[in-house]
Design a protein around this ligand. Sequence first.
Ligand code: HPA
Length: 275
Amino acid sequence: MYKKLKEAAQYIKTVTNVIPRVGLVLGSGLGAFVERIQNPIVIPYGKIPHFKQCTVEGHEGRLILGTIAGVPCVVLQGRLHVYEGHPMEDIVFPTRVMATLGIEILILTNAAGGINQTFRPGDLVLMEDHINLMGHNPLVGPNITELGPRFPDMTEAYAKDLRNIFQKAYLNLGREIKKGIYAALLGPTYETPAEIRMLRIIGADMVGMSTVPEAIAANHLGLKVCGISCITNMAAGIEQRALSHEDVKEMAAKVMEHFSNLLCEGITLIKEQKF
Ligand code: HPA
């Protein structure tokens, strides 16, 4: 694994000499953010050694290096999901490659169903923490000591200082701050209304099928992590309507402007705070 990471990073370094400080993973339907990257160098996943292709519509499968608000960044336009049948090791491989390239900060984004009744479709919610209900963990198996410890601390899985920075970004954009706990389920079915009631009882504010594997791998690597959920729909049973991937993508497209502004503002503040 360690050798594969080096090979992937080595290939990327032959294409560009940008050394990224911030990594970004764009969730379902949120790929259009890449238009905000300056001087982009686009590398399809298929060209990078050991990268798996995305199979889900709304996930392009391209790694892009460039600058955002003057900060060197690497952006993953499209991610792999556990429900696609990939081993966990493949799902977190791109996260580990970004760390090998030099990132210190990882911003994870996703589309999610709103459980908290104060949320509305279109809200961008800062992840305060997560509940892993995927039934798996990417660190299962022999520990790769070059990457991190056997038992990583998850007390601040989503770094407090980054959460503070993004709260400031919301305020600077004149938006109300929304925060919540993300529950990750395996999917690919959306949840039943009974499952949503259970998730509410155990403290979840939103639900999705991604992000947690990458957040765990990133914490293992010692990266600072930030998460933003785009509430694309209210979770099952809250509104009297069926859930569909089409609606998820449509809502993500509607908030793209605000989503892009929030990310750019957050990265600007990261640059100014020099941490
Ligand atoms: N449930 C799970 N994943 C999701 C949802 C949802 O309601 N919306 C977008 N991703």
